[in-house]
Ligand binder design. Sequence first.
Ligand code: ADP
Length: 212
Amino acid sequence: MLKIGLTGGIGCGKSTVAALFQALGVPVLDADQIARELVEPGQPALEAIVNHFGPGIVVAGKLDRARLRQLVFAAPEQRRWLESLLHPLIYAELERRLASLSGPYCLLVIPLLLESGRRSFVDRVLVVDCPEPVQRQRVKSRDGMSDAEVDRLLAAQLGREERLRAADDVIENAGAPESLPPQVEQLHRAYLALREQGPRLPSRIGHDAIDQ
Ligand code: ADP
C-alpha cells in the first residue's frame, strides 16, 4: 500500500484536505488524533507525563492540554522531552493501524512529519501550502490564539520554503475552499495510477505553488 504523508504548517488546511480524500474513500490515519488517544486517562504516556511535570498537569483525571502546551512552548527542552516520549508511540501506533488497512493507497496526516525526521516513514510527501499571513489568520480565527502564541507555534515548525522543498506534491490552499476538490481529485487519480505503475515515482504533482 502506497503511503502518502500529508503535512503542512498549522492552519494551512491539512484536516480540510484530509476530509476530501476521505470522502473519496481513501483510508486516512491522523497522528494528532493518535496523540490525543495516547494521553487519555489510564494510558502509560499520561502516567509518564504526570511523573515528569507533576500532578498539576492533570485536572479531574484528564490531561490539562492547555497547561501542557504552555509548559512546552516556554521551554524547548521540555518540548523535546514530550516529543521523545510521544513520537515513537505515535509511529508505532500508525504502523499497527496501517497493518489493518487495505486499498491502493492511504493518507497519513502527520503535522510534524518533516520536523521529526521521519520522511522515510512515507513513500511520498504531500504538503498543503498557503502564505504565512493567510495561515496566521486561519489559526487565529479557528483557535482564538494571540499573535504571540501563533509566533511561538510557527517558530517550532519548519518554514514554508523548507517544507515546500521537501514536498513531492503540493496542494495550494491560499484561495477559496472550492479550489481544493479539483486538486484533491487530480492527486487521487495520480496516486491510483502510481500504485499501478509500481515504485517508480514520477516528478512532482501540483507544482504551481513551488515557484512563487
Ligand atoms: P490544519 O489541519 O492544517 O491545522 P485546517 O484544515 O483545520 O488546518 O484549517 C485551518 C482553518 O482554516 C479551519 O478553520 C478551516 O476551516 C479553515 N480553512 C481551511 N482552508 C480554508 C480555505 N481555503 N478558505 C477559508 N478557510 C479555510
